[in-house]
Each structure stands twice: as structure tokens, then as C-alpha cells.
Ligand binder design. Structure first.
Ligand code: Z5A
Length: 206
């Protein structure tokens, strides 16, 4: 099997980082060489853009500015990390990819999906993950977990309606391309979510 590009999606506090460890261990046990990365970020330049996107500023960031920044970071990430790793036979697991842009800039910020789709086509030539694992939970559950962990960044500070719109966009992406997704109920305990994930992986890679 050739190397796969796998993205992990979900609202903050859904447990993406926690469950990524389970996914990595499951794949490593099957002999795959894995690169783990994240968005926005993953390379020196893309991480610098991440700081700009997530930190608080005295000036309001225009939603289109935010969109262009996440795509600038993504282009750099794809060109200098993701595609070279795949070409070298390494599997890539990314905490978030373009589905997050549809969710946050499309759903959360209310930008036109066709603008995102046109960037996806022109900037990335429609490069997409082979598989996306969506950890789905309601916004209140995710936010409570994120808040319990500490200070919130610029996007985490948005209100619950923003995150409800993000979740609705994830659902739309899932409905449009169900073959690319594994959907996991992220509301139960960590152990129960891990169990669901492993069962789903066994079915997907059978
Ligand atoms: N963003 C964007 O706007 N547009 C884009 O195109 C992209 C991103 C790519 C990046 O944040 C931000 O950028 C994100 C979207 C935006 N903003 N927001 N808000 P990130 O991905 O770096 O961070 P995050 O999504 O906010 O990650 P997170 O808060 O770390 O969430 P997580 O990784 O899903 O959760 P976790 O770290 O595994 O768990 C969080 C806490 O909950 C932790 O204390 C765990 O121990 C606990 N936890 C985890 N699972 C459970 C269960 N099942 N039960 C109870 N407690 C749990």
C-alpha cells in the first residue's frame, strides 16, 4: 500500500491530539513510517503564519485575510513537508487540513464556500487527504475541555454560535464526501473514543 495522507478534524477539545497518539501507535505497529504534523503550521514558515493567525492583535483580522493566511501556510506545508514525505514513502498525519477552513472560515466566519473552493483548486490543485478522521462532539463539550486546559487563543475565544456553525460545516463536508471520512463520536470518555477509533481503523484497513 502506498503512503497515505490522513487528516484529523474536529472542534477544539474534541480530542484530536489525544487520539492522534492512538492512531500513530496503531499505524506504527503495522510497520508504517509516520510523520505527524499540524495546521496551521508544520514547517518553519507555516508555524510563523500560525502565530499570526492564532495570536491576539489590537486590530481586528479581516476574515479574508485569515483565509489567505491559512492557505499561505497550507501551501508551504504541502510543498515543503507533506508531498516530499509522501514521495519518500512516509505516511503523513496532520492535525487539521482544508476541511478546517471550510468549517472555521466558511462556517464560523461566514465566508462563501466557493471562495474557499477556488483557493483549494488554484493554490493546491485540489490536493486532499486520502482519509479524514472527524472527531465529532457538540461545541459546548469541546469548549469546556479546551477551557479547562487554560488560556484561549484568538479563535478559541469565539462564541458558541461560531463553533456550532463550524460543526455544521464539518457535517456538510462529511455528507458530501462520506467515502473520505471516518466519523467518530468524540463525546464519551477518552478510552471509549479510542476504542471506537481502533474498531473503525480495523474496518477501514481490512
Ligand atoms: N484553523 C482555522 O481557522 N482554519 C484552518 O484552516 C485551520 C485551523 C487549519 C488551530 O488550533 C486553530 O486554527 C483552530 C482552528 C483554526 N482553532 N480553534 N479554535 P489547533 O488545532 O492547534 O487547536 P485545537 O483544535 O484548538 O486543539 P485542541 O484544543 O488541542 O483540541 P484537541 O486536539 O481536539 O483536543 P486534545 O488536546 O486532545 O484534548 C483537549 C483536552 O480535553 C485535554 O485536556 C484532554 O485531556 C481532554 N480530552 C480529550 N479527549 C477527552 C475525552 N474524550 N473526554 C474528556 N476529556 C478529553
Amino acid at each position: 500500500m502506498s503512503a497515505l495522507f490522513i487528516s484529523i478534524e474536529g472542534l477544539e477539545g474534541a480530542g484530536k491530539t489525544t487520539q492522534a497518539e492512538v492512531l500513530m501507535a496503531w499505524l506504527a505497529a503495522r510497520g508504517h513510517d509516520i510523520v505527524r504534523t499540524r495546521e496551521p503550521g508544520g514547517t518553519e514558515i507555516a508555524e510563523a503564519i500560525r502565530d499570526l493567525v492564532l495570536s491576539h492583535h489590537s486590530e481586528k483580522m479581516d476574515p479574508v485575510t485569515e483565509l489567505l493566511l491559512v492557505f499561505a501556510a497550507r501551501k508551504q506545508h504541502v510543498a515543503s513537508l507533506i508531498q516530499p514525505a509522501l514521495a519518500a514513502g512516509q505516511w503523513v498525519i496532520s492535525d487539521r487540513f482544508t476541511d478546517a477552513t471550510y468549517a472555521y472560515q466558511g462556517g464560523g466566519r461566514g465566508l462563501d464556500r466557493s471562495l474557499i473552493a477556488s483557493l483549494e483548486e488554484t493554490v493546491l490543485a485540489n490536493f486532499q487527504p486520502d482519509l479524514t478522521i472527524w472527531f465529532d462532539c457538540d461545541a459546548a463539550t469541546g469548549l469546556a475541555r479546551a477551557q479547562a486546559r487554560g488560556a484561549l487563543d484568538r479563535i478559541e475565544g469565539e462564541d458558541i454560535a461560531f463553533f456550532n456553525r463550524c460543526r455544521a460545516q464539518y457535517q456538510l463536508r462529511y455528507d458530501q464526501q462520506p467515502e473520505r471520512f471516518i466519523k467518530i463520536d468524540a463525546a464519551p470518555s477518552q478510552a471509549a473514543v479510542s476504542e471506537q477509533l481502533i474498531t473503525a481503523l480495523e474496518v477501514y484497513f481490512a
